[in-house]
Structure formats: C-alpha cells, structure tokens
Write a protein of this length. Sequence first.
Length: 231
Amino acid sequence: MSRGTRYFSDAALAFLHDLAGNNSRDWFQANKARYEEHVRAPFQKLLVDLQPALARISPHFQADPRSVGGSLYRIQRDTRYSRDKSPYKPWQGARLFHERRRAVLSPLFYIHLQPGRCFVGAGLWHPDGPTLRRVRQFIVDNPAAWARAVHAPAFRRRYRLDDSQMLVRPPRGFPPDFPYLDDLRHKNIVGERPLEDALFTGNALRRTLERDLQALAPVVDYLCAALDLDF
C-alpha cells in the first residue's frame, strides 16, 4: 500500500513564519520563489488530488487549482479598509467552493495552513444579516436534521462550531424554549477542528482531509438546503 503523498515540507511553515516577522513587499519579493515552491505549488497539487474525493461528496463543489480565480486565497491582503496595513497574510488558505459561489452566498469547505494554527472547516463565514437570519430560521424549522449535522456524538468529539463571534444573548424573534437556542447566537455557522503542523508536513494529509471533508459534509449539505442550493 502506498504511504501517501507528502505535499508540504517544513520549508512551507518556515516561509510563513518568516513572513509573519518580515511582512513587507521588499522581503516578499526577495523570497517569492520560496512561496511559489514551498507553499503555493504544493497547495495546488493538493487541490488537484482532493477533487475526486470532493466530487464523490458533492458534484456541485470544486477544488480549483488555478492560480487566479481558483480555490487558493491570494497571499496579498486587502488593506483598503483595515488599520493593519501589513501587505501579506502570514497564512495560506483554500476554499473548496460551490459552483454558484459567484451568483449567491454559499457555504464552502476550507483548509488553512499557518504555523501553530492549521485547521480544516466548513460552513458559512461572515454571512450577511438576511442570510444569517434565513439560516437561523431554517434551524428552528428543521431541528432534527440540524442535530444530526452538528450534535451527533461522532461530530462533537472531533469538531466544534466556531465561537469567535457570538451574540451575547440569543437573537430576538425565536422560541425561547428551542432546544438549540444557543446555536443561534453564532455569527459564523462553521464546523472546524485544528490540525497539527506535523500532519501538513507528513504523508497522511490528503487521506486525513478526505475524511474531514466527508465528516463535515452534513454541515454543508444542511446549509445548502437552508439556502436552496444543490448539494
């Protein structure tokens, strides 16, 4: 049996660590070859290799390896509306997106590479107010399927709902006795789990991510149903 493909080396983490401490255009241009060789190219290869497993989960999601317009987020930051004017992100992320992503807000799968902060997740990140209220109402109207997606013991042992941004109290207009009322406080509807740096630099990365995508699929399926999207 094949031991699996090793996509990233320690050099990928070393580049991102160095970028965090030298976040300037001059430094990045002098080290751009390191980024291309050790971060972007391996991530693109990983996306190609994940696509067959993703297609088995849903034919409507894509792992797109293109350098422009594909799954990889740009390493450059948009600083127009930020007080932080650092020109680069000290991480590399990839979204495995829905085919209708350009037409409507849609859930996605996500892979994040950052020294000490690697993770995999899936769901809706920063949805606008009307979309979030629509999802919350769908949860109230369809609690059994929600429970199967995010409250099953197997899911809860491995994943958590992102709690980085939450309302202090449950939103108004929903039944106070709803059994999952606390879930409605979340501003991001995302299931996620951290990954060890060593996993990214080992040869089990693709197999592990394929299992994670499969395990996170019920969350994405549920959100697609809430937003009238095919899954």
